[in-house]
Design a protein around this ligand. Structure first.
Ligand code: SF4
Ligand code: FES
Length: 277
């Protein structure tokens, strides 16, 4: 269905009037940590990214935010909305405007802050490329991951700057092991990093990453499975098997031993009320 074009001031079937609080500025002084309020009236079925476009178009053209596909598949538009990570292109304002009428949007946490609502996902991309199966960045996505960074932001351990490898890269490492596709760093360094101080054992199994993930990757479940593979010695066996095949198998699943724990299991706590991305 094509959405009706709408401008502030024009009549609409159903509109919402509320205050939007946006994080502004960037990691430079003196604008750091500035919040700015905007009074808006928009159609109730506007998405959050459409709301931001409306503010940029009609109130402040300097507002910076990232968006691309507008249908939930590229991961570019992930931000924190009222404190929770969301794909803003598929979240309607009606879903998230709080009672009493306000809405707060800020960039993803635990990633370098660039400007306004923009966080730099480069550390996530680097870790995915290092640990992911078969040059994940060139071959496309692993296990449905859209590389949005929501899991990094939601993780209570902290982001790449804390040293922690992070939920999506650990899920990618699990996929490399169970499919036998060589990771960017190679098998030795993969095992070293996932089993090291900043690998799977640093995770507190808070499940916040899986709660935040809009793509059903279930990074927390992958981390649990990776722990099982490491503790049972099967991780080394799988890596050794892939190496003995020359990891030729970029793009082709290895017929190795079944990983401990079997197929990835969905451990996620579920949202109530069918609140969707
Ligand atoms: S695992 Fe999920 S939340 Fe994390 S980057 Fe991939 S799609 Fe986004
Ligand atoms: S703009 Fe692509 S997922 Fe939102």
């Amino acid at each position: 269905m094509t959405k009706q074009a709408w401008k502030p001031g024009a009549p609409a079937l159903e509109t919402l009037s509320f205050t939007v609080r946006l994080r502004r500025g960037g990691p430079w002084r003196p604008l750091r940590h500035r919040w700015q309020n905007f009074a808006v009236t928009v159609p109730a079925d506007y998405t959050v990214v459409e709301l931001l476009e409306s503010i940029k178009g009609h109130q402040d053209p300097s507002l910076a935010f990232r968006h691309s596909c507008h249908h939930g598949s590229c991961g570019t538009c992930a931000m924190k909305v009222n404190g929770l990570e969301r794909l803003t292109c598929v979240t309607t304002v009606a879903d998230v405007v709080k009672e009493g009428g306000h809405l707060e949007v800020e960039p993803l946490g635990h990633l370098p802050w660039v400007s306004d609502l923009v966080a730099d996902a480069a550390p996530l991309f680097d870790n995915l490329e290092a640990l992911g199966p078969g040059h994940v960045r060139m071959n496309g996505i692993f296990a449905g991951c859209i590389e949005c960074g929501a899991c990094i932001s939601a993780c209570p351990i902290g982001g790449p700057r804390s040293g922690y490898v992070g939920p999506a890269p650990l899920a990618a490492a699990r996929d490399a092991l169970v499919t036998g596709q060589a990771p960017g760093l190679g098998w030795g360094l993969l095992l070293e990093r996932v089993d090291g101080n900043h690998g799977v054992w640093q995770c507190h199994t808070a499940f916040e990453c899986s709660r935040a993930c809009p793509a059903d990757v279930d990074p927390a479940g992958a981390i649990i499975q990776l722990r099982q593979l490491l503790a049972s010695g099967q991780a080394k066996s799988l890596a050794g098997l892939a190496m003995s095949r020359g990891s030729a198998a970029i793009g082709a699943p290895a017929a190795g031993p079944a990983p401990a724990g079997g197929a990835p299991h969905d451990h996620r706590p579920r949202r109530e009320g069918g609140e969707g991305w």
